[in-house]
Design a protein. Structure first.
Lengths: 243, 308
């Protein structure tokens, strides 16, 4: 566990000493700040609806789908290309620790971005009442779905040596989980065959549950399992090079 | 100590290592030689757990730990300097080495002193605050070497360690190896054969995935002595010189190259050639010993077609 934390810390250090992390943070805060403002206008000052308006719009989903692949695309792919992965393995760290360490750093940076939005909400408490319970459950959703999307980004990164290809692949996986929601629209009234799809839908989890303050254990289990599966597959892909 | 018994490794259908066996005794410095593509890097990659050997490999142990059963534990006993040295250019030297020290299991309280120690060992203390991207090749190589020394591992695998170093740094590197000799088991892979000849106690040469020489200094020195030649040139022409030279005890072969004769012998026969010249009234214009070198041995054992 210690090695995982050390690796994650080193990854975060590498990220923050380069301009990439700061550029992503700046663009994210700018876009989300504007969205926040527009959402505030759209709900006509009703702060209770503001969480749902901010955390289920197109900009929100764009950020959710694009950020994890962008943050994770270099993590393993670049190291494979440059040969530094081999250097990392010579420290005696296991493949599982490498995968989990890389994922942890990616996820921490992803969470850092969303945590940066919290001061905006704090500011609103001076003019009205923010439902912190709903806000926290929405952030729990962001953290859970973000963990899964970051893990799929790591998987994509282990599958290729090209960061851009990795980002493309991860976006495709995430987009699949996003679009699966629209599949459930195909069912006819009385025909429940496709209703199960909702259980895997990120959109359904965020829009219909978490931004309404409903925390369903099934949602937590599904996204934790998905994250675990992605990390397990990533480890297996990484181990493949030894054969 | 490193023990390798029947190590094989294939890439698809191509056999990179074909059941090689060798030992590196504790505290020795072993030169690991071979032409490009012979399997040196593959062997080192197996020893660092980057690659798994093929089924059928009997044993690979590093410092007494079975690499096939406990790869991570064995790997922690190894400090490796890789041929391709991919350092994170955006970090400072001290940041990079501190993180590596922690990953190698150096306790947090001792990390800084350990980093300073290895930087002093490789004469790069002044670069500790510099960003890696701004370092010259020589400095980068020294940082790689410092990384290999972190945690004082008992086994060191050094792939082309003097690449990019200036003559002064190479001399310092030899001093470092001399200090480590006896306490560390060192495998030094290099194409600079003169360096290997100077530094190493043993030589392990592989070609086309097979070990073609595995000898200690005494054995390979004897081999080189017996493989040496003597060049004989006379001021005037004389008949039957080749026959006369061949009759000397210990001479294996006499060849003429037009200007003189090249004598191969099992031992030093210079004084016998001198005696023969006096008896035959030959005026010697040249009598020179051309000792065999590791390079000539390398070329002889690996052959022109072996590299592929």
């Amino acid at each position: 566990m210690m090695r995982v934390v050390i690796l994650a810390r080193r990854e975060l250090l590498s990220l923050f000493v380069s301009p990439v992390a700061w550029t992503i943070t700046f663009v994210f805060l700018l876009v989300m700040g504007v969205t926040f403002h527009l959402s505030l206008l759209a709900v006509d000052g009703d702060l209770k609806q503001l969480v749902a308006a901010t955390y289920s719009g197109l900009v929100f989903w764009f950020m959710m789908l694009m950020l994890p692949p962008l943050i994770s695309m270099r993590s393993v792919a670049e190291e494979k290309r440059s040969g530094s992965l081999e250097m990392l393995i010579t420290t005696g760290i296991s493949d599982t620790q490498v995968v989990v360490g890389k994922w942890l750093s990616t996820w921490c940076f992803f969470l850092f971005l969303w945590v940066c939005l919290l001061p905006l909400w704090s500011l609103l408490t001076t003019v009205g009442q923010v439902d912190w319970g709903v806000l926290m459950s929405a952030h729990l959703g962001v953290a859970l779905i973000g963990a899964g999307f970051c893990a799929s980004g790591i998987l994509a990164s282990t599958l290729t040596s090209h960061p851009l290809a990795s980002a493309g692949l991860a976006t495709a996986i995430n987009l699949g989980l996003f679009l699966v929601h629209w599949l459930s629209f195909l069912y006819q009234p009385g025909d429940l065959q496709l209703r199960w799809v909702e259980h895997f839908s990120a959109v359904h989890h965020i829009r219909d549950e978490l931004t309404r303050g409903i925390v369903d254990l099934r949602v937590i289990i599904w996204w934790s399992s998905f994250t675990f599966l992605m990390l397990f597959l990533s480890t297996k892909v990484l181990e493949r090079r030894r054969w | 100590m490193i023990e390798v018994d029947s190590l094989s490794r294939s890439y698809g259908t191509r056999k990179a290592l074909d059941s090689i066996s060798f030992q590196v005794p504790t505290g020795s410095v072993t030169g690991f030689l071979g032409p490009n593509g012979a399997g040196k890097t593959t062997t080192l990659r197996v020893l660092t757990s980057w690659l798994l050997p093929d089924p059928g490999t009997l044993r690979v142990t590093v410092d007494g730990i079975d690499l096939l059963r406990q790869p991570q534990r064995a790997c922690r006993r190894v400090g490796a300097l890789l041929e391709m040295l991919p350092l994170p250019g955006e970090l400072r030297v001290i940041e990079f080495l501190s993180a590596r020290a922690r990953l190698k299991g150096v306790p947090a309280a001792k990390v800084l002193s350990e980093v300073q120690r290895v930087l002093e060992e490789v004469d790069a203390s002044e670069a500790s605050r510099r960003i890696i991207d701004t370092l010259s090749q020589g400095y980068r190589q020294r940082i790689g070497l410092a990384d290999a020394l972190l945690g004082d591992p008992p086994v060191l695998l050094l792939d082309e360690p003097t690449r990019g170093l200036d003559p002064r740094q190479i001399s310092l590197f030899r001093g470092l190896i001399d200090r480590l000799r006896g306490h560390h088991t060192i495998v030094l892979s290099s194409h600079v054969l003169g360096e290997v000849e100077q530094i190493c106690d043993r030589v392990c040469m592989i070609s086309a995935g097979k070990v073609c020489l595995d000898e200690d200094r005494k054995a390979w020195t004897q081999r080189l002595e017996s493989a040496g030649t003597i060049r004989v040139e006379l001021a005037e022409t004389h008949p039957d010189v080749e026959t006369q030279l061949s009759s000397i005890e210990g001479v294996r072969e006499v060849r003429s190259d037009g200007d003189g004769w090249i004598v191969s012998a099992d031992r030093d026969v210079c004084h016998l050639i001198g005696d023969l010249a006096r008896q035959q009234n030959w005026v010697l214009s040249q009598l020179r010993t051309d000792p065999a070198t590791l390079e000539s041995l390398f070329l002889q054992l690996t052959g022109p077609g072996e590299a592929s």
